[in-house]
Design a protein around this ligand. Structure first.
Ligand code: B16
Ligand code: MG
Length: 217
């Protein structure tokens, strides 16, 4: 039986994916590097340095380690400016109801985000009280698609991975959930999220009954 639901943050609980895109897009434009929403799909769920490296694949010169640090700091400063406006109203559709329903059903919950900004965002969204654990992205050795972040979340909740359901909007994250031996529920485009056991078109579709039904298969 499912005992825990582990949430990705960006693109699942709230649409910070759009703020990441905006902040990276502004940086790429300044550097004169082509960057669009299609390339952006590859950035979802992967950590900051890996994201920058993906953008720099299209640069016409090499960037050194120090330059990369400066660029990451610039992007993050802009990103933090954008997320400063986050309020509980920015929870994605259906999420407040889902969190409430899971709590009433006695389901444990955790956040498994690659974002170092996750604790601040969870606080701004006013949902910290629902989660038994928010994984510290800064303490991870391997990012998504590695299973580490999901396994850490399950361990902190004290629930075996096979009794966990993972919710993700990114291809890398779904691969991580599968690898952790959890039921992988995708949110978004089935063509992008092939690793999912089931793909919901939006967070609005999610509820405890649906998750149990998919778990039973
Ligand atoms: P930060 P998630 C991920 O969050 C984002 O999807 C990804 O695009 C971003 O690069 C990563 O967090 C790191 O974020 O720069 O704030 O540390 O989807 O795993 O919640
Ligand atoms: Mg995400």
């Amino acid at each position: 039986v499912p005992e825990a639901v582990i949430f990705d943050l960006d693109g699942v609980l709230t649409d910070t994916a759009e703020f990441h895109y905006q902040a990276w897009k502004e940086l790429a434009d300044e550097l004169g590097i082509p960057f669009d929403r299609k390339i952006n799909e590859r950035l979802k769920g992967v950590d900051r340095l890996t994201s920058l490296k993906i953008i720099l694949e299209r640069a016409d010169r090499e960037y050194g380690q120090e330059e990369k640090e400066v660029l990451m700091a610039r992007k993050n400063a802009r990103y933090q400016e954008l997320i400063g406006a986050i309020r509980p109203e920015h929870l994605l559709p259906g999420i407040p109801q889902l969190l409430e329903e899971l709590r009433r059903s006695g389901i444990r919950m955790a956040v498994a985000s690659a974002s170092r900004n996750a604790p601040a965002i969870v606080g701004s969204l006013g949902i910290g009280g629902y989660f038994g654990h928010v994984v510290d992205a800064g303490a991870l050795e391997r990012g998504k698609p590695d299973s580490e972040v999901f396994l850490k979340a399950a361990e902190a909740l004290g629930v075996p991975p096979k009794n966990c359901i993972g919710l993700e909007d990114s291809a890398a994250g779904l691969a991580a959930i599968r690898d952790a031996n959890m039921l992988a529920i995708g949110i978004g485009e089935p063509s992008i999220l092939e690793a999912a056991d089931y793909v919901a078109a939006s967070t609005e579709e999610l509820n405890w009954e649906l998750l149990q039904e998919k778990f039973g298969r």
